[in-house]
Design a binder for this molecule. Structure first.
Ligand code: ZN
Length: 45
């Protein structure tokens, strides 16, 4: 699951919600971004 944030109102949206309708339900914005969460560090062995 990926969580996006609305660029305008910082409303959190799941990618499932955006599949239905690519609009922020709170403010109607169509600009989203992925907030930086956990960064996976993968070590090559
Ligand atoms: Zn919004």
């Amino acid at each position: 699951m990926v969580v996006y944030k609305c660029f305008k109102c910082k409303n959190k949206l799941k990618d499932e919600d955006l599949k239905k309708r690519f609009v922020c339900p709170a403010c109607g914005s169509k600009i989203f971004y992925k907030p930086r969460t956990k960064v996976k560090t993968v070590k090559a062995e």
